[in-house]
Design a protein around this ligand. Structure first.
Ligand code: ZN
Length: 258
């Protein structure tokens, strides 16, 4: 696939990078990303991946925009307050780049519908804020063979990890967190507080890691870094990286173990 002159101009700063190039840009245009959670992480992820020319999005969120979201959820404005996040996010994309295809779903994501929502994607990016949803998404990704990029923030600690638990030698997100959080719990953002720029840092880093995954085998920047968990400390500030091992007894992916 070759890009039109207008698209070539739009993405000129990518194309001139040897690590991406025309082939990488064409691959991004062909990519389908499912973005679960359109909050503080999802907003910058969407902005940077739409900016990068990812051609197709499925946007998932069952919430409405609230005034307290505007401090960090950068795609929304005052006129979106009271409207659904999914429909507001779709409107943001339509204003930004009308050539990008967007499908939205405003049902709550759970084990009953997650497989259907993530099936067929090249990558799922999870920016949801509770463990029950994250585990349902992870299990669905393993089941349908789609890689997962997980991003989360608690106070001044961010984390971004890439998982390919459907592969026999790679861990899934459940290998990392275990089964302890299966119960509905743990949405502590409202009580704990969060600095807008901290989720912005985590979300923009997640967008960069997403480009790595999408360009795997397509351009030299492509390097999915499966099983690597990047931890960001906003107080120090600094970053470090952990390697997650596959749990041979994992309830999500152990059936795929060698
Ligand atoms: Zn696992």
């Amino acid at each position: 696939m070759s890009l039109s002159p207008a698209r070539t101009e739009r993405f000129a700063r990518h194309i001139v990078l040897p690590e991406i190039g025309g082939a990488g840009q064409a691959a991004l245009a062909q990519a389908h990303v499912v973005l679960a959670g359109l909050g503080g992480i999802g907003a910058p992820v969407l902005q940077y991946l739409a900016g990068a020319g990812v051609g197709q999005f499925t946007l998932l969120d069952d919430g409405d925009v609230e005034a307290s979201n505007l401090q960090r959820q950068t795609i929304y404005t005052e006129r979106d307050i009271g409207h659904g996040k999914a429909v507001s996010a779709r409107r943001w994309v339509a204003n930004f780049d009308r050539e990008l295809q967007v499908r939205i779903e405003d049902a709550r994501i759970g084990s009953g519908n997650a497989r259907e929502l993530v099936g067929g994607a090249d990558l799922v990016i999870d920016g949801t804020d509770n463990f029950a949803t994250r585990l349902a998404i992870s299990d669905a990704c393993v089941a349908v063979g789609v890689p997962l990029l997980s991003a989360a923030v608690g106070r001044f600690q961010g984390q971004v990890g890439a998982f390919a638990g459907h592969l026999p030698d790679q861990p899934c997100y459940r290998c990392f967190v275990g089964d302890a959080f299966d119960a509905e719990d743990c949405d502590t953002c409202a009580e704990d507080g969060i600095l807008g720029a901290m989720v912005g840092w985590t979300g923009s880093f997640a967008a960069m890691q997403a480009v790595r995954v999408l360009l795997d085998g397509k351009a030299t920047f492509g390097d999915p870094q499966w099983g690597k968990l990047h931890l960001m400390d906003g107080l120090k500030p600094g970053m470090r990286t952990l390697t997650i091992g596959k749990d041979a007894a994992c309830g999500g992916c152990a059936g795929n173990a060698r």
